[in-house]
Design a protein around this ligand. Sequence first.
Ligand code: PBG
Length: 320
Amino acid sequence: MIQRPRNLRSSPLLRALVRETTLAPSNFIQPLFVRPGKNERRPIKSMPGNFQLSVDQLVKEGKRTRDAGVPAVILFGIPEKKDARASSGTDPDGIIPRAVKALKDGVPGLLVATDVCLCEYTDHGHCGIVEGHRIANDASLPVLAAMAAAHAKAGADLVAPSDMMDGRVAAIRARLDETGFADTPIMAYSAKYASAFYGPFRDAAESPPKFGDRATYQMDPANALEALREVELDLAEGADIVMVKPALPYLDVIRRVKDRFQRPTAAYCVSGEFSMVKAAGAAGWLDEKRAALEILTSIRRAGADLIVTYWATEAAGWLK
Ligand code: PBG
């Protein structure tokens, strides 16, 4: 007898009935960029549809995100000033604390996560404190911890360290616990690769390193066992959610992390993954909507519970 898998593909309703993977706005986190000023909405050229927003405009965008059914945003800050020690990043009145307060006051029902990393606040653009030409691991930890505490104090629902320094989850967890934020969860960028796909983001956050690259702290794209070790360490240090980043070139890593640890797993579909599809769509080379939904579905199929994606709000509209 001939086997007929096609029988369950014969209509949209039948296909939906046996679909294995679901994709819903409730799985999405929308990244947003906040800058100083008033009434600013500066288009990010390399990421069509994304903007550097002043706090007042951020609140508007936050409402739009929430009203589309997306439960959370993750904030990236462009500060007034940068220095060697990332002082503007640990300032309790810095750009991110101001943005968090405004969103928590102005947009009820929206979770606010914050990216915790030094690169947006350092004049050299590295994710840690620089000593000579080295990125000094242990000197970076108290600065990261102070940044996370400033975000939590402003009301952040979730802090997300993306720096890739060793021991930073433990340092942040300890500081949060000591300062009255034992209940603030940590989403760790655990397996963050040194990737070409961050290119457009560096434009958006104005954070490219002024010398060298990030290969001494971000992971080698060739390694998967090392990703499992990074995830294991972050979980042992107290991470509540672990993340793999980028997503599409690392679907195998997402699957292995999910299978091995069975913990809440996030994937970050990064700027380059977004912009290449946007560009191809604009050129008429593929259908952006279909390609985006296929990519996001593949990330869920690989095992991600949540997806950080620049398509969040737009895709929520598509999925209605
Ligand atoms: C900061 C940070 C980066 C991204 C998220 N947090 C840039 C980098 O590591 O160079 C990339 C996000 C994206 O490309 O969408 N460390």
